[in-house]
Design a protein around this ligand. Structure first.
Ligand SMILES: [Cu+2]
Length: 144
């Protein structure tokens, strides 16, 4: 097959899958203090069809976990989970990405690259790249 024709087919394939893509809103990472070995990245995911976030990786940390947060009395508890369900068309943000074994301090003005693996029906996988800007320790989304 002619190379140009092949390139065209690839670009059409990419264009058609673009419709079924997961969107990321407001990603951010919390700045860390010098001795801190872990950090959190917060974001919202929205998938057009039912999917699951099954994996996260980042070159900024030795290992990366997916955590949910829940209130236990007055205490916010974090729990590692295997996956986060993304119901069709819903914005999901009740989780965070935990960076374990940070390679360096996260400072405001930097950003943390993340690669998220989204799994769809039939085991089809999509990789979503995220660049999360580092916000000050006291940052709360929506309050500037
Ligand atoms: Cu956590």
């Amino acid at each position: 097959m002619n190379k140009h024709v092949f390139a065209l087919i690839v670009s059409i394939a990419l264009a058609s899958t673009a419709f079924a893509q997961t969107t990321v809103t407001e990603p951010w990472a919390r700045a860390t203090v010098p001795q801190q070995t872990s950090g959190g990245v917060y974001l919202q995911l929205r998938s057009p069809d039912a999917a699951r976030l099954v994996k996260a990786t980042s070159p900024a940390a030795r290992s990366v976990e997916i955590h949910t947060m829940e209130m236990n009395g007055q205490m916010m508890k974090m729990r590692e989970v295997d996956a986060i369900d993304l119901p069709a068309g819903q914005s999901v943000g009740n989780f965070h990405i935990m960076l374990m074994g940070l390679k360096q301090q996260l400072k405001e003005g930097q950003s943390v690259p993340l690669s998220l693996t989204i799994e769809r029906k039939g085991g089809k996988r999509e990789t979503v790249m995220v660049d999360a800007p580092v916000k000050p320790i006291g940052f709360t989304p929506g309050h500037h």
